[in-house]
Design a protein around this ligand. Structure first.
Ligand code: SER
Length: 325
């Protein structure tokens, strides 16, 4: 493919839970050399290093971002690097500085260099307890109680501003908790929904840091990647919002997840010892109304709790049996 006919993409946070899988999918679609994985701290996997370029980029420094954009002739950025909700409550100052600082720098570089498209994820954390907790609508009160959520609401507004004021094509999704089998999430409140699988396979025991009846919106990685790329690929005329779209996958309680896992690991035991993350979970929606995304750009998830659990168990069991888990 000639460079002129395809997107040239930079993915920040490419070593993270979502970035590691999204980068590989983008490379499949657009060619390895056209998707530059950007990282900072976490060591990139062998697959990430061998399937296309990898670049250390300091997102707190506009020049570092600009240098990478020019070096690789990038026109599209997926900006995934962020401090998540639980880590954000341990160090709110750093969460604000990193989340807002990096987004502002990305948007500024994109404006100056007239980039074609930016993807930036918001989160269910943008909502707070004053929003309806079931079927939380696209448009509702956004008063989050975490610094992570504050950075998401501010980020949504900033993205929308860059679209209105500078015509920058920024698109975003409010991700639910993302469940995946390749790279563990770090520092989020929904991390238990991933860790429970690893521990069920490894030791048949898990101590969950939220109560058994805690219900949160979740999504399996293949749906997360599909939603992200679908939104970025859809014709601009269909994208009516440039803050962020609600998308839903599934909703279940921690207890329901444990029960589903027990269908494959009958003697699996889950204990519940809620910690400070319970309060965060209690301030978030339990289910999401994503009808706007469905109507405007055709969003539709594929995985429910049963299909996701089956696939997770199969993948992790295989790795465990090969001595790789
Ligand atoms: N998974 C994220 C978190 O728990 C929510 O966006 O922080």
């Amino acid at each position: 493919m000639s460079r002129k006919n395809t997107k040239r993409i930079l993915v920040t946070g490419s070593t993270g839970q979502i970035g590691s899988e999204l980068t590989l999918e983008l490379r499949k679609r657009y060619g390895g050399d056209n998707v530059i994985a950007a990282g900072h701290k976490r060591q990139p996997s062998e697959t990430l290093l061998t399937s296309g370029p990898f670049e250390y980029v300091d997102l707190s420094n506009e020049e570092s971002i600009e240098k990478a954009i020019r070096k690789y002739d990038v026109d599209t950025i997926y900006h995934l690097a962020a401090v998540l909700s639980a880590t954000g409550e341990e160090n709110p100052q750093a969460a604000w500085a990193i989340n807002m600082g990096s987004l502002y720098n990305i948007l500024e570089v994109a404006r100056k260099l007239k980039l074609a498209q930016i993807f930036w994820p918001s989160s269910i954390a943008a909502f707070g307890p004053s929003a309806p907790r079931t079927n939380t609508p696209q448009e509702t009160i956004l008063i989050p109680k975490t610094m992570y959520g504050v950075s998401k609401v501010a980020g949504e507004l900033l993205c929308n501003y860059y679209f209105i004021r500078f015509g920058l094509d920024v698109r975003g999704i409010r991700y639910p908790g993302i469940i995946s089998s390749e790279v563990l999430p770090g520092g989020g409140t929904t991390d238990y929904a991933v860790a429970i699988f690893y521990d069920a396979i490894r030791s048949k025991r898990y101590t969950c840091f939220v109560r058994e009846d805690t219900v949160l919106p979740m999504m399996y990685m293949p749906d997360c990647i599909k939603a992200t790329i679908d939104l970025m690929e859809v014709d601009p005329s269909k994208v009516k919002r440039h803050d962020s779209y609600n998308v839903a996958g599934m909703s279940f309680s921690a207890g329901e997840l444990a029960a589903e896992i027990r269908k494959y690991v009958p003697d699996f035991r889950c204990d519940y010892k809620p910690d400070f993350r319970q309060k965060i979970a209690d301030s978030w929606p339990m289910s999401i109304d994503d009808s706007v995304a469905r109507n405007e750009w055709g969003w539709k998830p594929k995985y429910d709790l049963a299909a996701m659990t089956k696939d997770m168990i199969e993948r992790l069991s295989k790795r465990f049996n090969e001595g790789k888990l």
